[in-house]
Design a protein around this ligand. Structure first.
Ligand SMILES: *Cc1c(COP(=O)(O)O)cnc(C)c1O
Length: 229
């Protein structure tokens, strides 16, 4: 199946349930993204700042770029002028820096808080209690150039459908609670980003509004081997 075929069949599937597709194009060449663009895809996700900036510069300007990977505070300035959604906010400090850079660029930057739901040491994110603490803080109340659109979560990489389902269920329940407690009067708190190629069907059953698909659209990524140096 070509990228075009993949986009078309995934789109058909997602349109019936009104779920937004983010095409996660990390490690893929610009020509692959262009093919997805030509098939109608306008939202792309990357997990590294430098790669995202390079692709932004090379591709049409009506693309919405999402950052889905861990963001260091010193790199926010490179994406602040154009980023559509930062899905991976995992600290107040990072949010403050995003606010500062957004102000410099005279804009408001949309963000998701990344919530830790997986049973793994390696995943970034805030705990449920940390999300509440952040949203209650005076420091957060002062940030006028960011807008929290919702939450993002990554489930455990496991074959256990039951476990993945439980993790997504918990995040969806938490999302509803946060909506009621903090965003009742804000229609823009509307995004629950959960689901990747291996688990997006389960995520949609559990209430996802946005899925992040890489290999389903672009095929397998070449695995990078890192050396200890
Ligand atoms: C790479 C990545 C994806 C896409 O992964 P696939 O399994 O290829 O769909 C989604 N979300 C995040 C945060 C990623 O880093």
């Amino acid at each position: 199946m070509s990228i075009t075929d993949n986009i078309n069949s995934v789109k058909r599937e997602l349109d019936t349930v009104s779920v937004t597709l983010v095409a996660v194009s990390k490690t893929k060449p610009v020509s692959d993204l262009q093919e997805a663009y030509d098939a109608g895809q306008r939202i792309f996700g990357e997990n590294q700042v430098q790669e995202l900036v390079e692709k932004y510069e090379a591709l049409p300007k009506d693309i919405e770029w999402h950052l889905v990977g861990h963001l260091q505070t010193n790199k926010v300035k490179y994406i602040a002028p154009f980023i559509s959604l930062i899905q991976s906010v995992d600290s107040l400090k990072l949010l403050q820096e995003i606010n500062k850079q957004a102000e410099k660029n005279k804009r408001v930057i949309d963000c998701l808080l990344q919530v830790y739901i997986a049973d793994e040491e390696t995943k970034y994110g805030l705990g449920f209690d940390e999300v509440i603490e952040l949203l209650r803080s005076e420091e957060f109340a002062q940030l006028k150039n960011i807008r929290i659109r919702g939450l993002m979560g990554i489930a455990t990489n496991t074959d256990s459908e039951k476990q993945i389902k439980e993790e997504f269920y918990e995040l969806d329940t938490f999302f509803d609670g946060i909506t009621q407690s903090f965003f009742r009067h804000e229609d823009s708190f509307d995004t629950l980003s959960m689901g990747m190629s291996g688990d997006y069907k389960i995520a949609i059953e559990q209430g996802s509004t946005m899925v992040r698909l890489g290999s389903t659209i672009f095929g397998d990524r070449v695995i990078k081997h890192y050396k200890n140096n």
